[in-house]
Design a protein around this ligand. Structure first.
Ligand code: SAM
Length: 255
């Protein structure tokens, strides 16, 4: 049997093709929007399994208590320079001078001020849920230091950042104590521009020699699992720090 291909098409078929190509364009336009909706993995409240945290579990991990503002001095302890190498951390963020960077769980601004110096034409959005922490940041600001830091009082489930407004976000020793990690990363993800980066610093959960209580640490595997809920691409983990992972996630272009 010989197959005959007929390439001629009727006007009715042309109309149908026009309609279907318009539909395809519409679907292609809508796809990136729908791709952003991440599915909530759910929280588990389990007082029986509670250790030293709040008894609420996210993807198998118990969430820690929030560090109160009365302990803010501890964030500025001199030994932190050797333990957490903040200047090298900021150096490794490879920031452009005009970028907008959100410091989420900014605390007393230990990282916000260092980042602000690197982006003289940009802005640091220092987000925290404790107004007392933000007041500490405001009090340290002066004419030649931290002028480009804007403090934002966030909610436990919302960083209150405008959509598509930031080039990068950093969380240092903070994410493990977010009581609503899904909603927080959802908000940060929406605020990131395409190609934007998240720098997640947590004490290494895999390493028993790191002298920090277990719920204040996180394994790389756990962090990658939690970020992948949002389609964030795990770009790198820098392990030059004595005790922490510096993990980098990227919002894929066009998502
Ligand atoms: C241990 S401190 C770290 C502060 C700072 N990143 C540093 O390294 O110096 C954690 C901070 O996260 C803040 N925090 C906790 N939950 C938060 C949330 N959902 N949104 C914003 N900040 C939060 C706390 O108020 C606290 O100031």
């Amino acid at each position: 049997m010989r197959l005959i291909y007929n390439f001629a098409i009727s006007p009715a078929q042309v109309n149908l093709m026009n309609l279907s190509s318009r539909l395809l364009v519409l679907i292609a336009f809508l796809l990136p929007l729908t791709a952003q909706a991440a599915e909530h993995p759910g929280y588990v409240a389990d007082p029986e399994r509670r250790t030293t945290g709040i008894g609420k579990f996210y993807m198998g991990r118990e969430i820690s208590f929030v560090m109160g503002h009365l302990a803010a001095d501890w964030l500025n302890r001199p030994g932190r320079i050797q333990e957490e190498m903040p200047d090298q951390v900021v150096e490794n963020m490879n920031l452009e001078p005009d970028e907008v960077v959100a410091d989420i769980g900014a605390g007393s601004g230990y990282f916000s001020f260092r980042i602000a110096e690197k982006i003289p034409d940009g802005e640091v959005l220092a987000v925290d849920i404790q107004q007392e922490m933000l007041d500490l940041i405001e009090r340290q600001k002066s004419a030649d230091r931290g002028e480009n830091i804007r403090t934002i009082l966030g909610a436990i489930d919302d960083p209150r950042l405008p959509e598509n407004s930031i080039d990068a976000a950093i969380m240092v020793d903070a994410y493990h104590e977010f009581s609503h990690p899904f909603e927080m990363i959802d908000g940060i993800y929406r605020a990131l521009k395409p190609g934007g980066r998240i720098f997640l610093l947590e004490y290494r959960g895999e390493d028993p020699s790191v002298p920090i209580r277990p719920l204040h640490k996180m394994t790389e595997e756990q962090a990658v699992r939690e970020m992948s809920v949002f389609g964030l691409e795990w770009t790198d983990t820098l392990d030059f720090l004595p005790w922490q992972h510096m993990m980098i996630f990227t919002k894929v272009e066009g998502e």
